[in-house]
Write a protein that binds this ligand. Structure first.
Ligand code: F6R
Length: 357
């Protein structure tokens, strides 16, 4: 397969990126900074005494909630859960903060969750780029954060995640995050300079990794409550940007099931390239598990690449891993000759559902 591979260092390859996904990737640090400002100026829901936080959304609008849950697992004094469904869990009531996020503002599951949160008397915050959610929130006089519109939802993570984090700090539910956000923005700017298309493959890790993944199945392994959601983000970015199937799993859980899948006799595993998301601060026991798992997979997988988190704060380390995945999925799209931005299958599904309403 590699003989047919296009040359990522020939900038004509960017012609396939007709909607300009690369600029959105490069702008991610600025988006995060703008997201912090949006969170600082937002009207707050009356939720300082909330006993639980629910983030309601789907796809690219839900992942910010997942990242929040994972990132704050040791720091938030109330549970955070993510709801990707029309209906909310039974515990949601007046003492719950429900953050309803839909970038388009028109995702029917999310609109249904908004209506349900209201009818249960929950404290509600809406984050959207417009659409019906903006209208419903305005009509209900619910605090609303409006983010710039016109982008693919998954490329607006800086606008959807950061205000949410800042709102929780302003409510006193988690410690101040300004320093961590500043470090993350700075680090992502440095990484953007290293990962941009003008930097040749031998000095550009996501280009190099995309070449390894070309013609193979990517499987991304993260670590619970640190890079678990990042591994999922890599997978969904491979799906939506590169238009390929991908798998993900999480340590230590994968040592109790998935690892057995590698021990079988079929040869399909030979086409799987494993990406391990590593962190210099991972628990010793987790590091030992990863090393043993690597030794078990070595002979079976097409290959294993370790990607190490960079930066000091937990936030910077998390987003350094995520950013590498975003760029890798982008370069893999270019290798396959597909435009990273459109997600026609999702659009088609939404259209067909609309006609059966
Ligand atoms: C990501 C994407 C989808 C949407 C999802 C929900 O780019 O296209 O995952 O995020 O279909 O739509 P929104 O985010 O508009 O509520």
């Amino acid at each position: 397969m590699s003989s047919e591979m296009v040359d990522l260092d020939d900038l004509e390859v960017l012609d396939v990126d007709r909607s300009g996904m690369v600029q959105l990737l490069l702008d991610f640090p600025e988006q995060m900074q703008a997201g912090e400002r949006l969170g600082q100026s937002a009207e707050l829901p009356m939720a300082a005494n909330a006993r639980a936080i629910v983030v309601a959304g789907l796809g690219g609008s839900a992942i910010g909630g997942d990242l929040l849950r994972s990132y704050l697992s040791q720091d938030c004094r109330v549970p955070i859960c993510v709801n990707r469904h029309y209906i909310l869990p039974a515990f949601v009531g007046p003492e719950t903060l429900v953050c309803v996020i839909s970038y388009s503002g028109n995702t029917e599951e999310t609109l249904s969750a908004f209506a349900e949160a209201r009818s249960r008397g929950a404290k509600v915050l809406a984050i959207t780029g417009g659409g019906q959610l903006a209208e419903m929130a305005t009509q209900a006089r619910v605090p609303l954060i409006t983010v710039p519109g016109g982008m693919p939802p998954r490329a607006t993570l800086g606008y959807l995640f950061t205000p949410l984090l800042v709102v929780l700090t302003r409510l006193g539910l988690v410690p101040d995050q300004h320093e961590a956000i500043a470090e993350t923005v700075e680090l992502l700017r440095e990484l953007a300079a290293q990962y941009r298309p003008g930097v040749e493959s031998f000095r550009n890790p996501p280009k190099e990794l995309a070449r390894r993944l070309y013609g193979r199945w990517p499987a991304v392994y993260g670590v619970q409550d640190f890079s678990d959601v990042v591994a999922y983000r890599w997978r969904t970015q491979f799906n939506e940007n590169s238009k390929v199937l991908a798998a993900h799993h999480v340590f230590p859980e994968l040592n109790h099931n998935e690892v057995v899948g590698w021990s079988g006799s079929n040869s399909l595993s030979n086409d799987v390239w494993v990406v391990m998301l590593r962190d210099h601060q991972e628990m010793d026991r987790i590091a030992q598990r990863i090393e043993i798992t690597k030794s078990l997979l070595q002979e079976k997988a097409a290959g294993i690449t370790e990607v190490w988190a960079q930066g000091r704060s937990r936030l910077a380390r998390t987003f350094s891993l995520l950013y590498m995945g975003d760029f890798t999925s982008y370069y893999l799209a270019l290798l396959y000759g597909v435009d990273p931005s459109p997600v026609r299958v999702i659009d088609l599904l939404k259209e067909r559902l609309a006609t059966t309403a």
